[in-house]
Design a protein around this ligand. Structure first.
Ligand code: AMP
Ligand code: GLY
Length: 426
């Protein structure tokens, strides 16, 4: 039994917390800073995810044996290195890559070079910075359309632009490199070939040598029905993915997952955590669109419910380099989640609206995961764009989605919106 600290505050963290507290190895669970949903699984603590001095102090004073890092920012800022380099923290298991390894997500140019070194299929690309600005313009002028531009660093999900003309691409390229459109994140720009296909998310946990695969998932990124309108952090997710059959998943494993983990090992990168493969299926072939060094959100809200294996056992095997000895068991059922968001999201929206219907008795096959919620004067109120999601199990995607929609009908807050078409293929 051990005390566990989970860092983060979204739907992903509520789903992780829900799963972690089911473990026989979990004594106390703390979530920093958490939300109104994680407070139902453990104790929320008012620590910022990137206040490493405060995290260190909390870990020592609360005898934490395992730290699970949910979001990318603390990883990209080096939280794992802080633990590795501090004698007082060496006995604490921490899930996540080193700062160097987190560049798989934190630097698109780093990820591209890594894929090139290891022969991992991805879109053709070139990288440019202020010094190679003129060469970049010349490259854009002769590039086939559309052109994909990516700010190198973390840009809160806004750093990818798909440009339909060379003029548009040249303008955006200039804004990034000369006007700091994305700040430091855009000091380097990756120019990439556009791939046309259907996307899915594949998740591995690795100890840096071995890996296990978790259930795969597909998220629905656009705000509007029919997959239209602005990109969001994710409006829903399903698992498993209907078009990812066994033959395709085998290809994913042999051409992408295994070479990635072998690449990490060959380069001696300290990486004991999640690898999220953002993939696209072009014809029958998988390509990497991006790597993330964390779980996906809202994918976690369907992946954790489909995982039968004890999550703390998986985390400890990861931290101790013993993943070859564990087996992952999946629930046979489908899981789907539908996300309810604030009116106006992903643009401006208001917070602080009371949420009603959270005390309804839930059907046995449904779960409510909080994302942007907070407790205020004894009530649960909205505190983010993505507010909460309802995950349901069933034997088919439509049945699971319908079940989630039935539960959502009884939940309400001012301006609440959710897509009715999660689970459809576009
Ligand atoms: P990212 O921030 O890297 O996840 O990119 C955001 C979204 O842009 C992805 O989910 C894809 O839908 C799209 N995208 C990124 N790169 C490409 C590409 N090379 N071809 C087509 N679509 C892309
Ligand atoms: N749902 C996509 C992500 O977490 O980045």
């Amino acid at each position: 039994m051990m005390n566990i600290l989970l860092i983060g505050s979204g739907g992903r963290e509520h789903a992780l917390a829900w799963k972690i507290v089911q473990s026989t190895q979990c004594d106390r669970l703390y979530i920093a800073p958490g939300n109104a949903g994680t407070a139902l699984c453990g104790t929320n603590v008012a620590l910022a995810a990137t206040d490493f001095a405060a995290v260190r102090e909390f870990v020592l004073s609360h005898s934490i044996g395992l730290v699970v890092v949910g979001p990318e920012e603390p990883l990209v800022k080096g939280i794992v290195d802080i633990f590795r380099n501090d004698a007082a923290l060496q006995h604490v298991a921490i899930i996540g890559p080193s700062q160097y390894g987190a560049q798989l997500e934190g630097s698109k140019a780093f990820a591209k070079k890594f894929m090139m070194r290891h022969g991992i299929p991805t879109a053709a690309y070139r990288e440019f910075d202020a010094a190679s600005y003129d060469a970049g313009i010349a490259y854009l002028q002769q590039h086939s359309l559309p052109i994909v531009l990516k700010a190198d660093g973390l840009a809160a999900g806004k750093g990818v632009l798909i440009c339909n003309s060379a003029e548009e691409a040249i303008e955006e390229f200039g804004l990034m490199l000369q006007q700091s459109k994305f700040g430091d994140a855009g000091r380097k720009v990756v120019v990439e070939e556009f791939l046309s296909g259907i996307e899915l998310s594949v998740f591995a946990l690795t100890d840096g040598r071995e890996y296990v695969l978790l259930p795969e998932a597909k998220d629905y990124k656009r705000i509007g029905e029919g997959d239209t309108g602005l990109n969001t952090g994710g409006m829903g997710a399903v698992s498993p993915v209907p078009f990812a059959d066994a033959a395709f998943m085998k290809k994913v494993e042999t051409t992408i997952v295994r070479p990635t983990i072998e690449g990490l090992a060959a380069e001696k990168i300290d990486y004991k955590g999640f690898v999220f493969f953002g993939l696209i299926k072009v014809g029958d072939e998988p390509y990497v669109i991006e790597y993330n060094c964390r779980m996906g959100d809202p994918e976690t809200e369907v992946v954790m419910p489909r995982l039968k294996t004890d999550m703390v056992e998986l985390f400890m095997a990861t931290a101790q380099g013993k993943l070859s000895s564990v087996k992952v068991e999946q629930d046979e059922r489908v899981a789907c989640t539908v996300m309810a968001v604030s009116g106006g999201y992903p643009g401006d929206y208001k917070k602080g609206f009371a949420i009603s219907g959270l005390d309804q008795p839930l059907p046995a096959e449904s779960l409510v995961f909080h994302a942007g919620t907070a407790q205020k004067d004894g009530a649960v109120v909205t505190s983010g764009g993505r507010v909460l999601c309802v995950t349901s199990y069933a034997m088919s995607i439509p049945a699971a989605v319908n079940q989630s929609k039935e539960v959502l009908k009884k939940i309400s807050f001012d301006g609440m919106y959710y897509r009715k078409d999660i689970g459809f293929e576009f």
